[in-house]
Design a binder for this molecule. Structure first.
Ligand code: KG4
Ligand code: ZN
Length: 372
């Protein structure tokens, strides 16, 4: 046990990625091609364009990783192919599943369908150095990305209980939408955060309101966006009561950009609100689950104030915290290899014949065996 070698493929959104992972922990080779520059002019991911880019890139990345496997002398040891089969953009998922199953079928290898969110959580088990500490279970897991905001409890391999998640926009999506209003190109989360750091020391920033949700571990971020738009309208001399449509506003703010001071204030208020809501949710979960450590995944984990807030709540509650290095927080295939390996260690795990035809799922709630 522990040293199975898997090839892994990720293509659920706008990153094409291939990796070779040993024992669910050690990354022998990996390649990621980001499509951010392709989608930036559209202000978001265009599914058809994403699928075509995966079609162009995945075979090349696969070739590169396999060449590296040859150099390492491990190409013959690959025992299976872990593939993201949901949740995500169906066209993109189909390209990854098609490329991966075809390769597996040609070599008589089985495939493993992996949930992308489970991948984000499993990234915490990837080790940069052999022998490094790994997450302690049970753990509270937070996934915060452009497409997802999710809180779970993980008891052991394969036993993941969903505690809550966003009921509207994901945290990263809220960052990106407000960043766009402030004039930053897609995806604007990092730019918004950089803007927020320019707020003068001691400046009084009133965080934007975060809507309360019925469930204690759910999040709602669409209200932050509305509040930011209203603040921006007022800063530009418009009444916050005038009717607005997203397209009109985007044009209006492109023609009359916010003053630097207003943009900084709105950025800081946005960041405080989103980080505050995530912090509160995690604190509540840790207090209700005193036996749990904390693990985090997803691209928004790059956010400095969020990392600081999670570090401080973990230390206040005396819990171990694992946040993977940034390259494994954003979409990558190594985490899919780690999740595939975990699937085989628990009772759910079963390889599938690639010739059986893989189904992909736009929606797939974590913690369920059957996608819903
Ligand atoms: O996990 P990821 O690479 O892609 C998805 O699976 O969605 O996450 C990308 C998201 C984007 O929304 C991006 O704006 C956000 O992560 N992000 C940040 C920061 N860096 C990336 N959000 C806030 N602050 C950052 N520093
Ligand atoms: Zn992701």
């Amino acid at each position: 046990m522990g040293d199975r070698l898997l090839l892994a493929i990720e293509s659920s959104c706008d990153e094409s990625a291939v990796a070779l992972v040993r024992g669910g922990r050690e990354v022998l080779a990996e390649r990621v091609a980001s499509q951010t520059a392709i989608h930036a002019p559209f202000g978001g991911v265009i599914p058809e364009v994403a699928a075509r880019a995966h079609h162009e890139w995945l075979p090349r990345l696969l070739n590169d990783v396999l060449q590296e496997a040859e150099h390492l002398g491990v190409a013959g040891e690959i025992q299976g192919v872990a593939l993201t089969t949901g949740p995500g953009l169906v066209g993109s998922l189909l390209i990854g599943a098609g490329v991966g199953s075809a390769w597996a079928w040609a070599r008589g290898l089985p495939v493993l369908p992996v949930n992308h969110l489970e991948g984000h959580l499993r990234a915490a088990w990837l080790r940069e150095t052999v022998g490094a500490d790994e997450p302690a279970l049970p753990a509270i897991g937070l996934v915060v990305s452009g497409g997802h905001t999710l809180l779970v409890r993980i008891d052991r391999d394969g036993s993941i209980q969903r505690l809550g998640g966003t009921i509207d926009d994901a945290a990263g999506e809220a960052f990106d939408k407000i960043a766009r209003l402030l004039g930053a190109p897609y995806p604007g989360g990092a730019a918004l955060s950089a803007l927020a750091t320019k707020a003068p020391r001691g400046a009084r920033i009133t965080p934007l309101p975060i809507a309360k949700t019925d469930q204690p571990y759910d999040f709602s971020f669409s209200g932050v966006k509305t509040a930011a738009i209203r603040q921006a309208m007022v800063a530009n001399g418009l009444s916050d009561r005038s009717p607005w449509r997203a397209a009109t506003l985007t044009r209006q703010f492109a023609e009359h950009p916010l003053s630097p001071a207003a943009a900084i204030t709105i950025a800081a208020a946005t960041e405080q609100a989103i980080v505050g809501a995530l912090h509160a949710g995690v604190q509540r979960a840790l207090r209700a689950h005193p036996d749990c450590s904390l693990i985090v995944g997803g691209g928004v984990a790059a956010n400095g104030p969020l990392r600081a807030a999670l570090a401080s709540v973990a230390s206040e509650e005396r819990r171990a915290l694992v946040v993977p290095p940034l390259k494994w927080c954003t979409d990558n295939a190594a985490m899919i290899g780690a999740a595939g390996d975990a699937l085989l260690r628990d009772e759910r795990g079963a390889y599938q014949e690639p010739s059986a035809g893989l189904e992909v799922h736009a929606q797939w709630r974590i913690g369920t065996a059957v996608p819903i």
